[in-house]
Ligand binder design. Structure first.
Ligand code: UDP
Length: 319
């Protein structure tokens, strides 16, 4: 069975490609390498370097595929605020092109990388899939727009789709060729910043006066390998004509200070850190309710924060 992995040269997509190949799937990768890296794509995968916005390229990439794992897209919240049109063009219009080409090719199964950003500021914690959606930035808006399009495609054209709403993805996968690290030009995520913190450039703790146990924000981190296991389960569970939305997190919250302490354990030294003011747009707590992932996908995350930090450090060759 051949799977088209869009965005397969990126951090999460490349992890999916490697795990799919080891499980015996055939894989085609479509990636424009705007943020992904061609050298992340193994030679066993068919690789098409091109854009989702180019229907001919998408058609070629779909040849022989039975299903699509759709990771490709712009994914930086801050950038989305500055360039909302770019985010709508790539994430929403690009997905429309993909869905049109899938329909033409009679490919009826898709798993989509959605996001907790679709919910916006949580009203209740932990967040259930039935919670109100009210994104607070264009990135979240584009993910929600695609979720809605997928529902419509199921109703109108019989597509089978599962949107997986990621919370904070972390950790790394060790392939036979070595680690597949998170590689961003501008790194905004906490765990990479903590691991790269130095006395000269200490990591900033964005807010120490939140109403949480230790005053720092709480997030729900999930290991990228657990995340991909959930995608592979989702592929098998898709029902034609229906669209399911499922949260992916660990169902456990960790504060920024707990992340720092796990990183100290992983690296064997104190992490230089500096208390700083709150980052705009950050909610105090983001925590997933993952019961649906367990009942619908039969999935339970198995890797804890220490494993995520240790694997990220190894992928950065810091340990
Ligand atoms: N954070 C921080 N310092 C950093 C980066 C992030 O204190 O250099 C905090 C951020 O305010 C949030 C948490 O760490 O509470 C996770 O942030 P990240 O950007 O990794 O993911 P987000 O939750 O924003 O998707």
């Amino acid at each position: 069975m051949r799977i088209l992995v869009t965005g397969g040269a990126g951090y999460i997509g490349a992890t999916a490609v490697d795990i799919l190949l080891t499980q015996g799937f055939d894989v085609t990768v479509l990636d424009d390498c705007s943020t992904g890296h061609a050298d992340s794509v193994p030679s066993q995968a068919r690789f098409i370097e091109g854009s989702l916005l180019d229907a001919h390229t998408v058609r070629e990439a779909l040849t022989g595929a039975s299903a699509v794992l759709h990771f490709a897209g712009k994914s930086l919240v801050g950038e989305s605020v500055v360039k909302p049109d770019l985010y709508h063009e790539v994430n929403v219009h690009g997905t429309r092109i993909l869905l049109e080409e899938m329909r033409t090719a009679a490919i009826q199964r898709i798993v989509f990388s959605s996001s907790a950003a679709t919910y916006g500021e949580p009203v209740t914690t932990p967040i259930l899939e039935s919670a109100a959606t009210s994104p607070t930035n264009p990135y979240g808006e584009t993910k929600l727009a695609v979720d809605n399009i997928l529902t419509q495609e199921g109703q109108l054209h019989g597509l089978g789709a599962i949107s997986l709403r990621y919370f904070n993805v972390a950790g790394a996968h060790k392939s036979q060729r070595g680690w597949l690290p998170e590689r961003h030009d501008t790194e905004t995520h906490l765990i990479p910043n903590v691991l790269r913190s130095t006395p000269d450039k200490p990591v900033k703790i964005f807010g120490t006066d939140w109403s949480t146990v230790d005053g720092t924000c709480i997030r729900d981190y999930v290991h990228v390998v657990d995340l991909i296991d959930a995608h592979i389960s989702a592929l098998q569970k898709i029902q034609l004509g229906s669209h399911e939305v499922i949260n992916l997190g660990s169902g456990r919250g960790y504060s920024v200070r707990e992340v720092l302490s796990a990183a100290s354990s992983a690296l064997g030294h104190q992490i230089p850190a500096q208390d700083s003011s709150r980052r705009s747009g950050d909610p105090a707590v983001l925590l997933a309710d993952i019961k649906k992932a367990s009942t619908y996908l039969g999935w339970t995350p198995t890797r804890d924060l220490l494993a995520m930090v240790t694997d990220t450090a190894a992928s950065f060759q810091l340990s």
